[in-house]
Structures are given as C-alpha cells and as structure tokens.
Write a protein that binds this ligand. Sequence first.
Ligand SMILES: [Zn+2]
Length: 282
Amino acid sequence: MENVQTVTGTCSTASLGMTLMHEHLLVGWPGWEADASLDRATRREHARRCVDRLAELYDLGVRTLVDPCPIDLGRDVEFMAEVAQASRVHIVCATGLYKEDSGAPSYFKFRRQFADVVAEMTDVFVREITEGVGETGIRAGIIKVATGPHQITPYEELVLRAAGRAHLATGVPITTHTDEGTMGPEQLDQLVGEGVDPTAIVVGHSCGASDVSYHLRMLDRGAYLGFDRFGLEMLHPDRERLAVLIGLLGLGFERQLVLSHDTVWCWRGRELKLPAETVARW
Ligand SMILES: [Zn+2]
C-alpha cells in the first residue's frame, strides 16, 4: 500500500513515521448511551486530554497512531479528527465490529434470520472505507475484527468473513482482537479461507500467549503479530511478553512484529474513578 487513509486525509506510507499500532482515544462499552448526556459534558475535557497525550507522544517521536475502535465500542471518528487536527500526530480509524460477548451483536443477529448479513456487514465496512463513516466523509484506514477466548462464535465468524471480503474489495488491512492468547491461528484460517493474504493481517494481542509455538505458527504463514498490550500486567505479565518478543526478534521476525499498549485515554459515559494501575489502560 502506498497510501493510508487517516481521519484527516490520505497520507503516504513514507510519511507515517513511528507508529503505535493499537491505542484508543475514547471507548464506550455498549450501553454507555444510557449516560450520553453526561458524556457530552466531558467531551471538551476528553479532547484536551487526548491532545496533551498526543503532544507527549510527538515529543517521543511518535508520528502516527492507529485507534482500532470498532463501530460498536463508542467509536467517534469526528472526535478523532478534531483531536488529530489539534495535534501533529496522524490518526487512523477503523471500521469493523467487536466480539460477541462485549460488542453489540444484537442488530445483525436479528437480521441474520431474514437476510445475508455477511453481505450487509461487507457493505458497511466497504462504505466506511471508500465513502466515509456516516455523513462525516471520514474514511476508515483499517478493518477491526475480534474473537473471545478459546472459541470463535458463529456471529464472530460472520464478522471475520465480512472483514475478509471488505479487505479484498478495498485492499485495506485487517487488525484483530484476541483474548488470552488464543484463536489467532483460527482467525487466520477464517480470513485466509476468504482469500486474504496473511501479510494483510495483524493478529492483535498475540502477546497474551507465552508459548512461542503459537506465535511461530502464525509468523511462518507471513502474518503480523501485535505485541500491543505492554503495561497491561493484570492481563498478562510483561516479563513474559518481553521474553517471547526478544526470542522472536532473535529469530529475525522484527518486520512482522508491531508494538503498542492498548491504552484507553477516555471512557464514554459518566466519569469513572479507576484504580491507579488501571487508569488509562485496558
Ligand atoms: Zn484495543
């Protein structure tokens, strides 16, 4: 790919610079809408927090940030564009849907009884990539899919198939969420089954596994792996992430490993006091 779509326009890959591949400006669990009126009150404060953080990252050399928030986790691409415009960091937003257990699967699960929802989801993803999200004209630059731990549900399989088709139609890469260091190879099987080349896929949160054979099975097929939850000790120890990462670097896989933290800078809904070690991290 020569160009990448950011929330403020097209950017050549050559000018992306150092890129964090998985961070979140703003996330809202489905249902946050119950507190939507309180969310609006904090929007300005959220924007300020994000702009400040991007300035810090810029000083550290970061020039681009991928925010792979799927459609159903409170994604707000206009917020992202506003923040990107006020900073010097490029932001790439995603199209796609989250995993069944904590996303918002009800709409397409209902429609599935009567319609071809893979075609419908594909249509949504392609439209968000080629025309933009809603009426905003802001185009997605990556496709997000997600699976829960130890299994891919029938709903998640539909999303994976649609993501594969949207990739084939647009050439935009796919980034995934995995839980507990499981189902990465199965995600690849699904996507490759739709005709996607593994080199177009980042299997996210692969640092949740410490068995290096798990990683090698995917790297040997050409996929990228996300070591993208550094700092999230409550999910997996950083020492193990590092040990696996250093081992894979030693084997020469540096071009297939992407690093990030999966931080969440702001939560939609009403203000929440999180314990110190979880502030800004998820
Ligand atoms: Zn994430």
